[in-house]
Design a protein around this ligand. Structure first.
Ligand code: TK8
Length: 344
């Protein structure tokens, strides 16, 4: 709430304050300044929760552990920043799970369309032992994965036409939409299957690609669409909720090894706390962002259950192709967690 005080037009929804930082100041184990690169803007839940992470480290070490956050993909995109963590030229980053599947294949389960029906189920999955196993799967890669949080339900936007059916994506007598996707084969398959022309591209290049008409559209959560000002170059939005993708906060193993065990414990705990806060902020942002986008002139189509079902049916071939490769057992594990949230 404090963030929007005094502004004529709110830049953020009415946000919960970060939880109070508890615990004593740790003993002096040396001083470190960590550089953390993130993809999104200063107003995003990703940035605000990273700031909270930095505050926890700073307070609990009396300023000996500081984190400098570089937003807006200014240090590189998700793929590049993960590589920088491996070589140790960057300390921390906060990518989507989708481009991280090159490190841990199991993460691709999150890329399957319409797998996680609601946020409650998505959160249960992110907090499960199965998810912890995925984080542990980074061991030996040069990257230590600390915690999952919410990127969120992805929605389609474009500059060509309103979309309420797979046919609108493919186009009947017009060409299929050119859609930027994350660098991930399942997403490529989703948009190919829907009859679009998918183009994988770094997030940092997306705004100008849309501005210049290199691509017609993209898909991201409403909060990202708003905080990245995509409404300036996208006239149409559709609430497709076609996939829920998480974020993962990560630290370079080289940096990790330089930290005293007490500092390591603090970093791990602060990552969990800030992930929880991020999920809360992302939740508070979601519908509010859609309304803001409408106010700013984006024409947004809310799809009814039948229309969503049409998309779900159209992407069935993606399941047929990818389920065996991602692993039927893993998918069943996830489905069990989803079901346990709907009938506790
Ligand atoms: C930000 C990305 C972004 C993701 C994408 O670094 O690339 O579309 O959704 O938010 O991780």
């Amino acid at each position: 709430a404090t963030l929007s005080l005094g502004l004529a037009h709110a830049q953020t929804p009415d946000l919960s304050d970060p939880p109070a930082i508890e615990g004593d100041v740790l003993e002096d184990h040396g001083s470190h300044t960590l550089r953390m690169g993130i993809g999104l803007a200063e107003s995003s839940p990703q940035y605000l929760s990273s700031q909270y992470f930095a505050d926890i480290l700073e307070q609990r070490t009396d300023g000996r552990l500081t984190v400098n956050i570089f937003p807006n993909s200014q240090l590189g995109d998700d793929v590049q920043m993960m590589e920088m963590l491996q070589t140790g030229s960057l300390d921390m980053t906060y990518p989507s799970s989708s481009p991280a599947t090159t490190y841990v294949e199991e993460l691709a389960v999150f890329d399957l369309p319409f797998l996680l029906p609601n946020r409650e189920a998505a959160i249960a999955v992110m907090q499960s032992d199965t998810a912890q196993r995925m984080l542990d799967g980074f061991e030996g890669s040069g990257i230590k994965a600390l915690a999952f949080s919410e990127n969120g339900y992805r929605q389609l936007t474009n500059s060509a036409r309103p979309v309420e059916s797979p046919e609108d994506v493919a186009g009947l007598d017009v060409s299929g939409l050119t859609i930027r996707t994350m660098e991930n084969p399942v997403h490529l398959s989703i948009w190919q299957t829907l009859g679009a022309n998918p183009t994988p591209m770094a997030f940092g290049e997306l705004f100008s690609a849309m501005e210049q008409g290199v691509v017609d559209g993209q898909e991201n959560p409403w909060s990202t669409i708003l905080t990245s000002n995509f409404h300036e170059v996208q006239d149409y939005g559709s609430e497709t909720r076609h996939v829920y993708t998480p974020f993962i906060m990560m630290i370079s193993e080289r940096t990790w090894e330089r930290l005293a065990p007490e500092y390591q414990e603090l970093v791990q705990e602060a990552a969990r706390q800030s992930a929880e806060y991020e999920i809360q902020l992302a939740t508070e942002y979601d519908d509010w962002s859609r309304e803001q986008l409408e106010e700013k002139g984006m024409q947004i189509t809310r799809l009814n259950d039948e229309q969503i079902a049409a998309f779900q049916e159209a992407v069935q071939p993606v399941y047929d192709e990818w389920a065996p490769r991602i692993g039927e057992d893993l998918i069943a594990e996830i489905q069990d967690i989803v079901e346990s949230t709907s009938n506790p």
